[in-house]
Design a protein around this ligand. Structure first.
Ligand SMILES: NC(=O)c1ccc[n+]([C@@H]2O[C@H](COP(=O)([O-])OP(=O)(O)OC[C@H]3O[C@@H](n4cnc5c(N)ncnc54)[C@H](OP(=O)(O)O)[C@@H]3O)[C@@H](O)[C@H]2O)c1
Length: 259
């Protein structure tokens, strides 16, 4: 199926590695013009060069820290200047530190809110006028399965991503009349550098930890970035435009709930 993404202009956060990279590559392979963001400029440039040479797409690297308001503003302005507007914003990055809730002070909470919630608010607020001017658009947030099925130790992320899901649902109602859909993907365990770090920090043999996590997943495997990217590409494409206000898990069946 042609997703009708050719020449759509997409900004993807946290896209030098992992899930963001997978989504950026998928959109580029569909012919979108993409801009990718991350903090480490050299890694970001490598990622841009790789995607450009593999897909032939236009790829712009915009070094930015999503926790900084001025970086979000600059990223939106840079993309509009380079490509003439924005059709798609995908909010993705790293995540706040893990730990039990009582170990975090106000400063840690403020940083988590800046990183997970205010980043999404700022990117949406900055891109909406451009999407309206172009007659529509799409906003997609990447959170985690823990936002809808909390896990101990993930409190900073769970609390702030719950806010993101509420924000996205409300914005989906307000932005629908402009032809803009707003959704959230909640990944389960996905094969990335970040998951490797979780294995390494688990205090157990990483191979044992991997087997334990795989055993939790009904489909019996860790997901791939392509598993997330396929859904992301559909949701931000004209083919997915009737889906809005949704929080969808990509987790091999990990979520134990009927909704
Ligand atoms: N992998 C999983 O199993 C899994 C499961 C559920 C949810 N998630 C969530 O999905 C998101 C992506 O995870 P991942 O596994 O793809 O991580 P990853 O492989 O570590 O990649 C993270 C990307 O985000 C960038 N990034 C990190 N902090 C940033 C910041 N402050 N500003 C801008 N860019 C930033 C990183 O580059 P720089 O460091 O250079 O900035 C990198 O490009 C995270 O929020 C994670 O919690 C992951």
């Amino acid at each position: 199926m042609d997703l009708l993404l050719r020449d759509r202009i997409a900004v993807i956060g946290g896209a030098s590695h992992g899930i963001g990279y997978g989504i950026a590559r998928a959109l580029a392979a569909e012919g979108a013009k993409i801009a990718i963001m991350a903090r480490r400029a050299a890694d970001l440039q490598d990622a841009a060069d790789r995607i450009r040479s593999e897909t032939g797409a236009a790829v712009l690297a915009v070094p930015a820290d999503c926790r900084r308001a001025e970086d979000c503003t600059r990223a939106i302005a840079t993309v509009c200047e380079a490509y003439g507007g924005i059709d798609i914003v995908i909010n993705n990055d790293g995540a706040p530190p893990l730990g039990e809730i009582e170990t975090f002070d106000d400063d840690a909470w403020r940083k988590a809110v800046e990183q997970n919630l205010m980043y999404v608010v700022r990117m949406a607020r900055g891109a909406l006028p451009h999407m309206k001017a172009r007659g529509g658009g799409s906003i997609l947030n990447i959170t985690a399965i823990s936002a809808i099925q909390p896990i101990g130790g993930f409190g900073l992320s769970v609390a702030t991503w719950s806010g993101v899901i509420g924000f996205a649902k409300t914005l989906s109602i307000e932005a629908a009349r402009y032809g803009i859909n707003v959704n959230t993907i909640c990944p389960g365990y996905i094969e990335t550098q970040r998951l490797e770090k979780v294995f390494a920090a688990g205090g157990k043999d990483p191979a044992v930890m991997r087997r334990e996590l795989e055993a939790e997943v009904p489909l019996g495997r860790i997901g791939t970035v392509e598993d997330v990217a396929s859904l992301a590409a559909l949701l931000v494409s004209p083919r997915g435009s009737y889906i809005t206000g949704a929080a969808i898990q990509v987790d091999g069946g990990l979520l134990r709930a009927v909704r």
